[in-house]
Write a protein that binds this ligand. Sequence first.
Ligand code: CIR
Length: 267
Amino acid sequence: MPSSAKQVRIAVTRPVSPALLRCELTHLARAPIDIDRAREQHATYEQALLRVGCRLERLPEAPLLADSVFVEDTAIVLDEIAVVTRPGAPSRRAETDSVAKVLGRYRRIAGIAAPATLDGGDVLRVNRTLYVGLSGRSSRSGLEQLAEHVAPFGYRVEAVPVHGCLHLKSAVTRVGPETLLLNPQYVATEPFRGLEWIEVDSAEPLGANALLLDSEVIYPASKPRTAERLRRGGVAVSVIDVSELEKAEGAVTCCSLVFVDDDRREP
Ligand code: CIR
């Protein structure tokens, strides 16, 4: 990027599909989803992204792809490269072509080859370390392919087993430059030695997913006790209602891919 260029934060999103009713589920029992309400909640989420200065890059709606609103799982976008994933759920693999097309305007693209699988929800970046969840969705060979793609840029990849939840980022996310929010029931704390963390309230086991944007955290209204813990820990929390998306095992990180770009590029 030329040194004179101003940086802009891009957030890739995709509208809620009417097929969300038939989403993949791993841990929750299926509950009816109000699609209109899910769309309103998604619009509020996009507003939160705009408010912190993101420029939205909206992918076309994919009406037949039930989980396509959860764009986080389709790619890992670093400053130097975007790795388009091969999602662990076969029903989600058709989501990636359109994502690769858009990301190709911003980054060099690499991929994950079959039979390996990797979901973006399993990749947590802290500085030059990518923690990769070995979940039901991401395989060790997916991790190894990711490690090969990012090693030339100085990233280290560390495997983290996760239990009892969908993705690594269901268990742990960043709420500050080197501060995590985590649920120790789902993930061991040992891999995160050297970092600080705040634990979720034990009554809110699914409360570890927060979206850090600049110095503010977008956080679900359904987890008020953990939100209060974050505030007490000095984290600026902006609460939004994502209850319909939560019925699909979605959370706040999974509805966007956020990265920095040069603002002189044509939108
Ligand atoms: C799935 O099971 O793939 C979707 N129903 C939920 C994906 C949520 N993704 C994420 O948290 N990164």
